[in-house]
Design a protein around this ligand. Structure first.
Ligand code: GLC
Length: 563
């Protein structure tokens, strides 16, 4: 097989431009990063105390998953007060301290904003429930009468992404059955009505609140869900589309509505009115990428997550197509492509690539009764994949723990599970807890390896995590941590994030992909046969001990400076 590059894009270098075009952004999952008070839940002071190690890793910014007030039914993606810190994680003063420390270290801070839904414990929703049908309070959300003689059937056929219907019926104050409300996620996450100008105004205040406190921008949760087709009609083809959408087909009634774009333009103008290049990255799960690119036009989001890349099988042909599609789509609107292999919703790549037949973005998870990944193979491939990704120009995302080569916790017992996906599917989908387990910092310090000193942890670590602790890898040649550090340092020194992209015809085939970024050749071997490399100096290798002149072996990536 020969991959056809006659129409493949050439991406040109963009030097000296805004930071977010080339930034490496590290996702902090506050519950599981570092716990300062020993209650088993990570917190903001814990993050602050460990920021120096992130600066030393060589990243540019952090994105924090939600830490606002929340009943934590969906790990904080169910916000009950957007302008306060949940006591589990600390206080607003702790947030200020964290931002100050991050800025001192040269790191920017992106805050997670959840606009599609609030928590059912938010005062807006409580007021809506208490108010009569048709009231201004109810107009904050999507309340509708049920179908059927007694209104006891949901208003339409929409499904929740976490399983079951997307509607829950309310009970009136007098005990009778009432209207239904819409929730594309858990029933504790009612969807807001973004047609309502009051909702729009409220969020503009929320944006300003965090920007005023020094946030450098936002990661925006589920922006493509915010608009709903007028009248909330049935999904025309749910049997085929599941709760989601069929790629490239017309917009389903609960996703990608045109009506939301003016909202993001307003948000962009708000960000632009602040000094210091504030930025927002949308979790716009919109495919194909030519559709996603519409979300990063120059007056909307700065970035979106490249879910095509995240979801790609680690296979030459698929990745070849994905990378071409990415540059074509994002270059056409002048936005950077992002590259991402992990986040808090998907199986960690060190497990995913260990011979498992799973789609990463299904968020189904792997449990003790499922086939288990080959850890060694998974890590070897994950390291190769990361090095391949970090050589690409654009902005890259790293999810906490991947720099340690952490595998998914695939043997977590059901009694510990917290993800609503598990409960809403009666355990049929074990969900996302396995990638959210607290980080091991110092091997043997408490039962949670330095996550705190008490050993308490909201999700228990598997025993093997001790061997992945940061202190076991710091300064150890060939460790995954040192590989990440070296790659990030070299990427910065060589300006690869701002660099160019062009396939290297000599290294394109069924089992090999090679590209050039500026003068650096980056090659990955997807097959088993060794591949000879041209003469040059090895700048980075995903396998330890690679000497100049060695052939490239299975699953290996190298960065090569050609002589
Ligand atoms: C996003 C978040 C996910 C959350 C969902 C609902 O996909 O990443 O964790 O469950 O939105 O807010």
């Amino acid at each position: 097989m020969k991959l056809d590059i006659s129409n493949a894009p050439h991406h040109l270098a963009r030097l000296g431009e805004e930071w977010w075009r080339s930034a490496v952004i590290y996702q902090v999952y506050p519950r599981s990063f570092a716990d300062s008070n020993g209650d088993g839940m990570g917190d903001l002071p814990g993050i602050t105390s460990r920021l120096a190690s992130l600066a030393a890793l060589g990243i540019d910014a952090i994105w924090l998953s939600p830490f606002m007030r929340s009943p934590q039914k969906d790990a904080g993606y169910d916000v009950s007060d957007y302008m306060d810190v949940d006591p589990l994680f600390g206080t607003l003063a702790d947030f200020d301290d964290m931002v100050a420390r991050a800025h001192e270290l040269g790191l920017r801070v992106l805050v997670d904003l959840v606009p599609n839904h609030t928590s059912s414990a938010h005062k807006w929703f409580e007021a809506a429930l208490a108010a009569p049908e048709g009231s201004a309070e109810r107009a904050f959300y999507h309340f509708k009468d049920g179908k059927g003689e007694n209104g006891d059937l949901p208003p339409n056929n929409w499904l929740s992404l976490f399983g079951g219907p997307a509607w829950t019926r309310t009970t009136n104050p007098d005990g009778t059955a009432g209207q239904w409300y819409c929730h594309l996620f858990d029933s504790s996450q009612p969807d807001l009505n973004w047609e309502n100008p009051k909702v729009q105004e409220a969020f503009e205040d929320i944006l300003r609140f965090w920007l005023d406190r020094g946030a450098d921008g936002f990661r925006v949760d589920q922006p493509h869900a915010m608009g709903k087709a007028e009248g909330l009609p049935d999904h025309p083809d749910l049997a085929r589309a599941g709760a989601g959408f069929i790629e490239g087909e017309a917009s389903p009634p609960m996703w990608f509505q045109e009506s939301v774009h003016p909202i993001f333009r307003k948000w962009r103008a708000i960000l632009d009115s602040y000094p210091g290049d504030r930025a927002m990255c949308g979790e716009a799960y919109v495919l194909p990428l030519s559709f996603m690119a519409l979300w990063v036009r120059s007056d909307e989001f700065h970035q979106t997550f490249n879910f095509r890349f995240l979801n790609s099988e680690w296979q030459a042909q698929t990745l070849f197509n994905t990378i071409n599609e990415s540059f074509e789509a994002f270059d056409s609107v002048g936005a950077p492509s992002t590259w991402v292999l992990n986040n808090h919703d998907v199986l960690r790549h060190a497990s995913r690539f260990g011979g498992l037949k799973v789609k990463p973005t299904d968020s189904d998870g792997v449990g003790p009764n499922d086939p288990q990944p080959d850890r060694e193979l998974g890590l070897r491939r994950a390291r190769g994949a990361t090095l391949f990704m970090l050589g690409l120009p654009g902005s890259s995302y790293i999810y906490q723990g991947e720099e340690l080569g952490l595998p998914e916790h695939t043997t977590l017992a059901d009694e510990y599970r917290q993800d609503p996906t598990f409960f809403r599917t009666n355990g049929a989908r074990v969900g996302r807890d396995g990638c959210r387990v607290p980080l091991p910092w110092e091997s043997g310090v408490g039962a949670a390896n330095g996550f705190n000193t008490t050993g308490k942890a909201w999700l228990p670590q598997p025993e093997i995590y001790a061997g992945y602790s940061r202190d076991q890898q710091e300064g150890v040649e060939g460790s995954t941590l040192e590989l990440y550090k070296h790659a990030l340092r070299t990427r910065r020194e060589l300006g690869l994030g701002e660099g160019s992209f062009e396939w290297s015809p000599q290294f394109l085939g069924e089992n090999v992909l090679g590209y050039r970024n500026n003068h650096i050749l980056i090659v990955h071997n997807f097959g088993h046969e060794p591949i000879n490399l041209p003469e040059g100096k090895i700048l980075a290798s995903s396998l330890h001990g690679m000497k100049d002149g060695h052939p490239l072996v299975a699953d290996q990536t190298v960065w090569l400076q050609l002589s």
